[in-house]
Design a protein around this ligand. Structure first.
Ligand SMILES: Cc1cc2nc3c(=O)[nH]c(=O)nc-3n(C[C@H](O)[C@H](O)[C@H](O)COP(=O)(O)OP(=O)(O)OC[C@H]3O[C@@H](n4cnc5c(N)ncnc54)[C@H](O)[C@@H]3O)c2cc1C
Length: 340
């Protein structure tokens, strides 16, 4: 069976749903393919930064979702508090199961269609179109293929030389007891950080970094001070990759967005803002007939800057500077607010 579509989007996470919704609003026919049954969960701290919720508000002012506002964060180094900062703008803690479903429903209410199936492969046709094959054997013919299928993107894996470097992040849900974010750096753990995030129903603690194996992460967690006693109370320790090598497909009609394109922040590994922003840019590229590399150029430029900042921050010098700056919570607050 072959059906013809203007745009096929693989993945109904925030990147895919927002892209689909904006395309529908612009009058462009599209379909989203996802193998999951929604509402589905996603391993994630669920922190929506001010720039992320401001962008969502700009794209759809009527969107409503449940969240818990948090205004305080604590910066730690090897078990010691360096500073506590009160933020002017809250971070919004969402539950991904609920939040992602809200975004998907927005797309469906705009008349969007979904197909519950798994993307298998795509083939470029002589007429410039694309033939997408799904696991069920179904074929979708389209003008554009948007890959929004997350960190382990199968679409991306089919593009020669575009496989991604991943960081591994582990997370455990523990009883709710904190109302502040904790970020802890360590001299023994160079390319990442520990975190404790307050959630609506539970708190999330975990850590992540580049080249980390599950074993290394578990050992590090054991030596870390963040709510160690809670971790022994039978919480669930789970892990997920975040792809951090940002790539462009090199093809005008295959667009990689969100985690599939490796757009998460190289320093903080925040991903939701970047999923939404690249979804908007993909929609603009399709609507205006522009090349994605052009419509998304600010994001590609930003990623290059982030690599420089991340290398500095996770270096010996960077950690030392961080410690020094922490004597002035004002500087930390300004740096944090600039990023978030
Ligand atoms: C431990 C951890 C904590 C994090 N904390 C935060 C945080 O606090 N704040 C923040 O902003 N970001 C955070 N992130 C990053 C954030 O979760 C991601 O950046 C975000 O989910 C990316 O959205 P996406 O739509 O690109 O991909 P996803 O949300 O991963 O959605 C991809 C979708 O594609 C579908 N899919 C995959 N393969 C196929 C296939 N072959 N066929 C069909 N469908 C497919 C999946 O079912 C899924 O629904 C965290 C990540 C981790 C791992």
């Amino acid at each position: 069976m072959k059906s013809k579509h203007r745009v096929v989007i693989v993945g109904a996470g925030p990147a895919g749903s927002v892209c689909g919704y904006l395309l529908k609003k612009a009058g462009i026919e599209c379909v989203i393919v996802d193998f999951a049954t929604f509402p589905r969960d996603k391993i994630c701290g669920g922190g929506l930064t001010p720039k992320a919720y401001a962008l969502l508000q700009e794209l759809e002012p009527r969107l409503r979702y449940k969240y818990q506002g948090v205004n305080r964060f604590r910066l730690m180094m090897d078990g010691k508090t360096l500073c506590v900062v009160n933020l002017d703008k809250e971070l919004r803690m969402v539950q991904r199961k609920d939040f992602d479903y809200k975004l998907l429903k927005q797309y469906l209410e705009a008349g969007g269609e979904t197909i519950k199936d798994s993307f298998s492969s795509f083939e470029e046709l002589d007429n410039g179109g694309i033939d997408v094959t799904l696991a069920s054997g179904r074929h979708l013919l389209c003008d554009y293929l948007v890959a929004a299928d997350g960190s382990n993107s199968r679409v991306r894996r089919q593009l020669p030389g575009k496989n991604s470097g991943n960081t591994l992040w582990m997370e455990q849900y523990v009883a709710k007891s904190t109302n502040e974010f904790v970020f802890e750096f360590s001299n023994s753990y160079k390319k990442g950080y520990f975190f404790s995030f307050p959630g609506m129903e539970h708190d999330a603690i975990g850590m992540g970094g580049f080249y980390s194996s599950p074993k290394e992460i578990r050992n590090q967690l054991d030596s870390n001070t963040i709510r160690t006693s809670d971790r022994n109370q039978g919480g669930r320790l789970v892990g997920a990759n975040i792809s951090i090598d940002t790539v462009d497909s090199g093809k005008d009609n295959v667009l990689l967005i969100g985690d599939a394109g490796g757009f998460a922040n190289k320093l903080t590994y925040e991903g939701l803002y970047y999923a939404i922003a690249t979804a908007r840019n993909a929609c603009n590229a399709i609507v205006e007939g522009k090349i994605f590399a052009v419509a998304n150029r600010h994001m590609f430029r930003r990623k290059r800057k982030e690599i420089f900042i991340a290398n500095l921050c996770y270096s010996r010098l960077g950690l030392w500077l961080c410690k020094l700056a922490a004597h002035s919570p004002y500087i930390i607050k300004k740096a944090f607010e600039k990023y978030y």
